[in-house]
Design a binder for this molecule. Structure first.
Ligand SMILES: [Zn+2]
Length: 240
């Protein structure tokens, strides 16, 4: 069976040549917490990880793929089955796959081109949000998104107080529409929940919040271009 994995160089799934495959069991300490935040109970769990070193058949780029399987028992039968399935299909169907990593995680264009033209503070904030998103640090990314909204509001109407005040001022000054105001309120509330109440947004919700502020900030960038187009567009004479 042909092995298909994501190639960082091609940027999509490609057939891969298996160079080496190793398995290694790993013991991990887990714990539950009490209401007061202190550790309640500790337990040990066994993970059975597969390490696949492979080479893309299209571009020859090498990658390491690590799949972490959580085993229900400590019996060797379970880990044996996982290794057999991974050897045959590249993945174990009966194993409980909890996490997959691949190295390197290079990207040809990690940050959208339009962010390169942003004022440096915005650019750095966006880039850190993209990096946190890529690493699965959703709460941190969400807090970063809220910071971008904060900076945007302060730049437009000054540092006049809390988020509610700032968002209302943006609306009253007609800098944002009532639809945008409602969206920004959702984004800020989600960011505050991450900052103060331990909210970890799902990938889907994080992506939606990111898109909302990408639209808001990227429109700004077109301000100069819009003025140029306005200047260059011949004025209407009659009703044409
Ligand atoms: Zn490739």
């Amino acid at each position: 069976m042909e092995l298909w994995k994501n190639c960082w160089n091609c940027g999509h799934d490609t057939p891969q040549e298996r160079v080496a495959l190793e398995f290694f069991p790993r013991i991990l300490e887990m714990f539950s917490k009490k209401d007061d935040g202190k550790v309640n109970q500790r337990a040990w769990s066994v993970f059975y990880d597969s390490y696949l070193f492979a080479k893309c058949r299209k571009c020859s780029a090498p990658s390491l793929f690590v799949d972490e399987y959580w085993t229900q028992t400590t019996s060797t039968e379970e880990s044996k089955l996982i290794s057999e399935e991974v050897k045959a299909n590249g993945v174990s169907k009966s194993g409980n796959l909890v996490h997959s990593l691949n190295y390197p995680a290079f990207s040809k264009n990690p940050f959208p081109q339009w962010t390169h033209d942003l004022e440096e503070t915005y650019m750095v904030l966006f880039w850190e949000v993209y990096q946190a998103t890529a690493l699965g640090l959703n709460s941190l990314a969400m807090m970063g998104i809220r910071t971008i909204v904060d900076k945007y509001a302060s730049d437009k109407i000054g540092d006049i107080g809390g988020f509610e005040k700032k968002l209302n001022a943006l609306l009253e000054s007609k800098i944002v529409s009532s639809d945008q105001h409602a969206l920004l309120k959702v984004v800020v509330d989600a960011g505050s929940a991450s900052a103060h109440r331990g909210y970890k947004p799902s990938n889907k919700h994080l992506k939606s919040c990111l898109q909302i502020i990408e639209h808001l900030i990227s429109v700004e960038k077109f301000g100069d271009v819009i003025n140029e187009i306005k200047q260059a567009t011949p004025k209407r004479t009659h009703n044409n």
